[in-house]
Design a protein around this ligand. Structure first.
Ligand SMILES: [Cu+2]
Length: 165
């Protein structure tokens, strides 16, 4: 029995390890399982940065809603949804992202990002920086964001770009 359980968990562990070679962490807050919140490295004084979360699972029987985030040194992040059309990306702020009962969401640089404003304290690669994820029911969930040198976010067009129409 023990063997089959660990075999079942192995692909998940491998997936997390592959996505983050430096080690993915998981935090559990109430009914929420939060896998590897991370934020892109940025120097003090930088105009902004972005952050994502590999997966947030809602293990309760009620829906939950992710509405915000804070990271020490980066302030409050606003949740944005990215949209791709004909190879062009744009993004717009959204007021939340619902997690169904026993469901999960993923925030990847090409789908959803928290966008942060002015950086007041350097976010150095590999550091674990304290922050929060803010939910409608759970409210403020304390987590750590790992600082990564991500470069997978798409180049965005201005939101009002008119693609040659
Ligand atoms: Cu991690």
């Amino acid at each position: 029995m023990k063997i089959s359980v660990s075999k079942g968990l192995l692909p998940v562990a491998l997936a997390l390890a592959l996505t983050s070679p430096l080690g993915a962490h998981q935090e559990i807050v109430g009914h929420l399982k939060i896998a590897h919140p991370w934020i892109k490295a940025a120097a003090e004084g930088a105009a902004g940065t972005y952050g994502c979360v590999i997966e947030i699972s809602n293990e309760s029987d009620e829906p939950e809603r992710l509405i915000g985030a804070t990271v020490e040194g980066a302030g409050a992040g606003t949740l944005y949804q990215l949209t791709e059309r004909d190879g062009h990306f744009t993004s717009k702020p959204i007021d939340g992202l619902t997690i169904k009962p026993h469901g999960s969401i993923e925030l990847t640089p090409t789908t959803y990002q928290f966008k942060f404003g002015k950086i007041t304290k350097t976010l150095s690669e590999d550091a674990m920086v304290p922050g929060t994820l803010i939910f409608e029911k759970q409210h403020s969930a304390p987590v750590h964001f790992m600082v990564e040198t991500d470069d997978t976010a798409p180049k965005e067009d201005p939101a009002d770009a008119n693609h040659g129409m």
